[in-house]
Design a protein around this ligand. Structure first.
Ligand code: PRP
Length: 219
């Protein structure tokens, strides 16, 4: 029998990665090396199960998976939609729940009802463009920002923003509201299309084990 090859996971850095590893642990997949908070290592291995893990900036996770540098990735649906890579989305992990919304001051609500040209600031220009152009058929100027997007309407850079809303706290503290909801978001598992064929058995049993665990936790 041929030597089993490593199955490689790319995890979006931060809270999602922590939650993913906790879930993996519940189905018997552990990576002790990764628990060392002081480590500067980038790749972590579970020799026994022939698994490798690495942490990456979220927007890079679909890139690693599309090119096959990782077989499997875990990242937010927001990143999947924004990056629009050739990957299979196989599982909703159910955590990291939030919403992609159009937000702004209450006074901007009216601007969304007509087809006039407005300015939209976002960390997600692709999602914003698709929503306004393809869904609402409204011509907009999209201004790409890299964070603290709520500043856009506050300093009159933009009329509205397209951004993630989780608790709504940031909006509230800055006198902004959700004006329209674009879509719900959560952490998803993505798979490289070639890996899906070549490693079908291992990937399917992993997905099944996680699905079973998630169902157990819900009941
Ligand atoms: C995200 C998002 C909102 C905020 C929403 O920002 O872009 O700003 O969280 O969360 P809330 O509804 O619970 O207040 P993040 O903290 O990732 O930082 P960023 O603004 O620099 O992107």
């Amino acid at each position: 029998m041929s030597e089993e090859r490593y199955l490689t996971f790319a995890l979006g850095k931060g809270r999602l990665a922590q939650k993913t590893l906790a879930l993996f642990e519940e189905i018997g997949i552990t990576c002790e090396e990764m628990k060392d908070k002081d480590t500067r290592k980038l790749i972590f291995v579970n020799e026994e199960l022939k698994l490798r893990f690495f942490l990456a900036k979220s927007p890079d996770v679909p890139t690693y998976v599309e090119y096959g540098a990782a077989d499997i990735g875990v990242v937010g649906k927001d990143t999947i939609l924004e990056e629009n890579r050739n990957v299979y989305e196989v599982l909703d992990l159910g955590f990291g729940k939030c919403r992609m919304c159009v937000c702004g001051p209450e006074s901007a609500r009216e601007l969304l009802k007509h087809h006039e040209r407005i300015r939209v600031a976002s960390k997600y220009p692709h999602i914003a463009k698709e929503y306004f152009y393809d869904k609402k058929h409204q011509t907009v100027d999209i201004i790409k920002l890299n964070g603290s997007v709520e500043l856009g309407p506050l300093v009159e850079l933009s009329d509205v923003i397209v951004d993630i809303v989780e608790t709504g706290g940031t909006l509230k503290e800055n006198g902004l509201d959700v004006l329209e909801e674009i879509c719900p978001l959560s952490a998803r598992m993505i798979v490289n299309p070639v890996s899906m064929q070549m490693e079908a058995e291992r990937i399917k049993s992993l997905v099944l084990a996680i699905r079973k665990k998630l169902a157990e936790k819900q009941s």
